[in-house]
Design a protein around this ligand. Structure first.
Ligand code: CUK
Ligand code: CUA
Length: 657
């Protein structure tokens, strides 16, 4: 495998190269307004020279693994960095006690969701979404196999942004919606059973990155097209990037069907909804419409898009669209006639620089756009947005928060907390002070907390509602480096629990929590808002409930049988059953137990089958018995003292002749 002729590069050179590249694209606070010809030039180099030198040092140290707290890099200005090590506040939950909050973590390219209790950070369960899971049987039972098949048949997905369904701006505990960045899909998880119950493969889109529901009543689930591609992507315009398109999609939360899409200039990164059902704000990093990293980072501003949802609905109603693959596509590009009148459907707001995320604060007044390659957060006033003729005039603040701002969260008491990827910090700032302050001011900064290391999303309790709970914040750090025992070259991420109180206190780092790669985001709901059932209600599924009396084998065709059997402690409804070689076997299983947590499994060796049947649940698998012989069926959940004895036999008779 090892190629002796390959040149092994000096790691220091690689770091230097990265450092230089980063240095050349980082922008200053006051990225100048675009020239008349649309170009921009970088101004004010002096303002940030020192800062950049600090960055260089930081990047080099980080990349070489010589990690240190980053407080030494905080050259001056606004807010003392806090070094805390979990001394004071206790986040433990006593044995037998419950957590106060559910945390729903996206699992990134694991494709799953993880449910984690807050404040203990204990993992409660995992919900397979775009992946398969042999413990639950997701992707093995007929209905879940079909679900994955119908949504494209992919074996994985890249799960980024979980959103809880809302009624009146608060979580109603019904559903969770999450995107698959890799294959342009949106899935719905039913929070009664904590199960994925729908996945839609959104037409015309390759990658869906941002995903949000329309507040306050979940009228739509929106997906942001991050990668520009030919429309339709059928072999045309292969190497003609100018004709590629990025789309914004609206999906119905009930039917999960795509209702309409909007074509935009540039691309779309992440999005969030205002609180009044009118605006959805989307960030973007490639207004250059380039295909290389140099091209994508060329300009100092990118257009954040503000989608006026009722105006778009009106355009659709008026028939102002083209249809591609059955979906109405409304033209929201700058030159579109729909953007010329007094009610444009999309407003373009130039924002420095390749901004990463948008989060709307709890009152719904301001959208915070984290600058990523600009050390600022741009504050867009959503109340001004309808009035201003030049959308740039809706920008009412731009505090300088630090290097690599990616995401922002809220405590509900006037404070914002922004993650700084490059500085490895959570920075707390005062929202009103930032609106009052001059552009680029560090005055609104209240405090800085070092995190370990390189945070992406940052979330405080119920921060996406109109009434956040404060108290705890989680920083989802991409790198853990030396924070845990080394486990080979691929280290876990590090989700850090930070106590914030109601915003009146200093932030305090309380716990490190290793996470298998790679969670991006999470969302928290108070436990009283989720009503998880403890046993299945047979009314909720379509399969026929099997009783002990009904257990048996029924021949349904020359080469097909229907096997029905129950499970209970500690036996299957059939001690054995016989089928013919080559039979298609449909096996329906009902767990007739009515007690919480008594689960039985059905594993069939050498047939690639295992699934769980929860109390009062019925599950079905269909497979071919293609090899004659005896196959022991056994229970895979340790259900009783007689669990090992809980077995059945499938006897496959050789075909005749
Ligand atoms: S993205 Cu991953 S750190 Cu997909 Cu929300 Cu920002
Ligand atoms: Cu049933 Cu083990």
């Amino acid at each position: 495998m090892h190629d002796d002729t390959a040149e092994v590069r000096d790691p220091t050179d690689v770091v230097d190269e990265y450092e230089e590249a980063l240095d050349s694209v980082l922008s200053d606070v006051d990225a100048p307004e675009p020239d008349d010809d649309g170009g921009v030039s970088l101004g004010l180099p002096g303002l940030s020279l020192n800062r950049r030198d600090f960055v260089k040092a930081g990047v080099a140290a980080g990349a070489m693994g010589a990690v240190a707290g980053c407080s030494s890099l905080n050259g001056g200005g606004g807010g003392q960095a806090t070094e805390s090590g979990g001394g004071g506040v206790d986040h433990s939950v006593a044995p037998g006690e419950h957590d106060e909050y559910y945390g729903f973590w996206s699992g990134g390219h694991s494709g799953e969701l993880r449910v984690i209790g807050i404040p203990s950070m204990r993992e409660l369960t995992r919900i397979p979404v775009f992946n398969t899971d042999c413990a639950s049987g997701y992707g093995y039972t007929d209905d879940t196999k079909q679900l994955l098949e119908d949504s494209g048949g992919y074996s994985w997905g890249d799960n980024h942004h979980p959103n809880l369904s809302e009624t009146d701006g608060d979580y109603d505990g019904e559903y969770l919606y999450v995107n698959d960045k890799a294959n342009g899909r949106i899935a719905r998880v039913n929070l009664t059973y904590f199960e994925t119950d729908a996945i839609t493969d959104v037409p015309n889109m390759q990658a869906i990155h941002g995903c949000t529901v329309l507040s306050p009543d979940t009228k739509y689930v929106f997906g942001n097209g991050e990668f520009r591609a030919p429309l339709p992507n059928d072999g045309r315009d292969l190497d003609d990037p100018d004709s590629y398109t990025a789309l914004f999609a609206a999906v119905d939360p009930e039917s999960m069907e795509t209702q309409w899409q909007v074509k935009v200039d540039g691309n779309l990164d992440i999005n969030d909804s205002g609180k009044e059902g009118r605006w959805v704000i989307a960030s973007a990093y490639n207004s250059e419409e380039a295909t290389s990293i140099q091209g994508m980072t060329r300009d100092d501003r990118d257009d954040v898009k503000a989608f006026d949802i009722p105006a778009i609905e009106q355009a659709v109603e008026n028939g102002n669209y083209e249809e591609v693959n059955g979906i109405p596509i409304v033209d929201g590009t700058k030159e579109s006639p729909l953007n010329q009148g007094d009610r444009p459907i999309v407003k373009y707001i130039p924002t420095p620089k390749s901004p990463h995320c948008v989060e709307v604060e709890p009152n719904g007044d301001y959208a915070m756009v984290a600058g990523k390659l600009s050390p600022t957060v741009t504050i867009i006033d959503l109340n001004k947005l309808p009035e201003v003729e030049d959308p740039a005039d809706a920008v009412v603040g731009r505090p300088r928060v630090g290097l690599g701002p990616l995401h922002t969260t809220f405590d509900g008491n006037g404070h914002a907390y922004t993650s700084l990827f490059i500085d490895s910090q959570a920075v707390k700032w005062d929202i009103e002070a930032a609106v009052e302050a001059e552009e680029g001011s560090e005055e609104p900064i209240i405090e800085r907390q070092d995190v370990h290391y390189n945070p992406g999303h940052i979330q405080a309790l119920e921060a996406m509602t109109t009434d956040p709970d404060g108290e705890w914040l989680v920083s989802l750090n991409k790198l853990s480096k030396d924070r845990f025992l080394p486990v080979g070259p691929i280290m876990p991420d590090n989700d850090q629990l930070i106590h914030i109180g109601q915003g009146e206190k200093e932030m305090e780092l309380v716990a490190d929590h290793p996470a298998y790669p790679e969670p991006h985001d999470c969302v928290f709901a108070h436990k009283d808002k989720i009503d998880a059932k403890k046993v299945y209600d047979p009314e909720d599924y379509e399969e026929t409930y099997i009783t002990e009396e009904a257990s048996g084998v029924e021949r349904t065709g020359e080469n097909s049988v229907h096997v029905k059997m129950t499970t209970k402690r500690s036996e299957y409804g059939l001690p054995d059953f016989t089928v013919q070689e080559g039979d298609e076997v449909r096996l329906t299983t009902t767990n007739i137990e009515g007690i919480q947590d008594i689960i039985h499994g059905v594993a069939i060796p050498e047939h690639d089958i295992n699934y769980a049947v929860a109390p009062q649940d019925t599950r079905e698998v269909t497979f071919t018995a293609d090899e004659p012989g005896v196959y022991w069926i056994y229970c895979t959940f340790f259900c009783s003292a007689l669990h090992l004895e809980m077995r059945s036999r499938m006897l496959v008779e050789p075909a005749e002749g």
